[in-house]
Write a protein that binds this ligand. Structure first.
Ligand code: FAD
Length: 431
């Protein structure tokens, strides 16, 4: 029998690893592990992402029971779980889809070692991306550090078969028949159900055809909300890419940004912890905690920044244009370390993804591999005038804007701008 280990690919349809498992000639028993090493790090007992995973597991469980099989759900450390399962079942192989984050790579190496010791095959597959780390390299054989040439190489290497769907459903007869097994309650693993829901993804023809025109307008809420679905695999990236190819090259480029940052973190895992460019590792941040609090709560006195932070706190989402503005404000106007902002987003974003979050924060901070120049500093007031001209987004999230109850700007933008440029220049001079 073969164990198929679900992780960031929570769907039965168009799933590369599951397809290979079902066509391997062995009977397939699906497994998901509520990994205590990940869950224990989440402080909030009501994490919307855990709720989303849990609800998705319930759905998978229901569908697999309809096939006479089940979804085994275990809570604990993966190594211990596999030791238990290898004793209980006659496991001949473990199949899974590759996960490229630093923790996941380490975990998978451990499981592969255990499997090898027990004479069990361990096989992993590409599913999360079209081009995985190592597939798109410069002519010199090094990883790309700049997006545009990466994008061009990605497009050149692309062929339609890379986005073809895996017809898993025609092989559902190969699931291991198993007695019904209940899933542990979320409370048993220390979490309560959150009432924050992950919105459905929308990459319909209408949405994508309007995307180029509307994508920068936060009031329109006209983006796909695909993020959490790619994060947890409830939508296949191949399906998204096929829609992009048909309807919007601009949207395709966004999906390529995701793969660009993914390979960047894979090749340079240290960039999650330090500024990519060594010359910016010596910036003397102000790191004022009270100011940080105001930013987190959306009380800076800059309405676009406040609207964005309040949207994030209330929904777990923030529009991309506003993410860029709030990030620039934190790092440049307040001179607070980008890692503080990155950590706050990591806690709040439903679409949190380490590679994209770190990559985009370093882009906004000007410290990244392919970053905006450090002296290009967003003006939060003119960004609001340009991208929310009728203040519809601001009024939605900051109803007291324009009244006496709304705070004065917490900092003078032009003073802060000069202060930031000076701090960056000083860091450069030190190297
Ligand atoms: P759409 O605009 O519909 O785009 C479709 C998909 O393309 C997204 O779901 C995402 O997978 C990908 N994409 C779009 N823009 C980017 C980008 N700049 N970088 C990487 N992938 C992109 N995105 C995350 O998925 N997770 C994060 O943790 C994250 N943190 C960010 C932090 C900052 C400071 C900034 C400026 C951006 C961040 N982004 C992150 C990128 C982007 O803001 C979101 O992907 C996007 O807003 C999600 O909305 P959507 O799904 O409606 O995207």
């Amino acid at each position: 029998m073969l164990l198929f280990w679900f992780r960031r690919d929570l769907r039965l349809h168009d799933n590369a690893g599951l397809f290979h498992a079902l066509t391997s000639g062995k009977l397939v028993l699906p497994l998901f592990i509520l990994d205590s090493a990940i869950l224990d790090k989440l402080e909030n007992g009501k994490d919307a992402r855990v709720t989303f995973i849990y609800n998705t597991l319930l759905e998978l469980h229901r569908k697999l029971e309809a096939q006479g099989s089940t979804l085994l759900v275990r809570h604990g450390k993966p190594l211990e779980v596999f030791k238990e399962l290898m004793q209980k079942y006659n496991v001949e192989a473990i199949y899974t889809n590759r996960d490229y984050e630093p923790y996941a790579r380490h975990r998978d190496q451990e499981i592969a070692r255990l499997a090898q010791q027990q004479g069990v095959a361990f096989q992993s597959f590409k599913d999360q991306v079209i081009m995985e780390p190592g597939e798109i390299m410069t002519l010199g054989g090094t990883p790309y550090k700049v997006y545009t040439p990466f994008k061009n190489a990605w497009k050149k290497a692309f062929t339609p078969t890379l986005a073809a769907s895996y017809p898993t459903h025609t092989h559902f007869g190969h699931f291991y028949q198993h007695p019904k097994t209940p899933i542990p309650a979320l409370q048993d693993v220390g979490f309560a159900l959150s009432d924050l829901l992950v919105p459905r993804a929308d990459f319909s023809a209408n949405t994508l055809q309007a995307y180029e025109q509307t994508r920068n307008l936060p009031a329109k809420n006209a983006t796909s909300h695909l993020g959490p679905h790619l994060r947890f695999g409830t939508v296949s990236v191949r399906e998204a890419v096929r829609a992009a190819l048909e309807h919007s090259d601009v949207w395709l480029q966004e999906l390529i940004w995701r793969e660009f940052f993914l390979q960047l973190l894979f090749h340079f895992p240290e960039s999650a912890a330090v500024s990519f460019a060594p010359k910016f590792r010596h910036i003397v941040w102000r790191n004022n905690e009270e100011e940080f609090e105001k930013w987190c709560e959306g009380k800076t006195g800059f309405p676009l920044v406040d609207a964005g932070m309040r949207e994030l706190n209330a929904t777990g989402f923030m529009h991309n244009r506003v993410r860029m503005v709030v990030a620039s404000f934190l790092v440049k106007d307040l001179l607070i370390d980008w890692r503080w902002g990155e950590a706050f987003f990591a806690e709040k974003l439903l679409d949190y993804d380490m590679a994209s979050n770190v990559g985009n924060w370093q882009w906004a901070a000007g410290t990244g591999a392919d970053a905006q120049p450090y002296f290009r500093i967003f003006n939060p007031t003119s960004q609001a005038a340009k991208f929310d001209p009728e203040q519809a987004y601001i009024k939605r999230w900051v109803p007291e804007f324009g009244t006496a109850a709304y705070p004065q700007p917490m900092v003078d933008h032009s003073m802060a701008r000069d202060r930031a440029v000076a701090a960056y220049k000083k860091a450069i001079a030190l190297t």
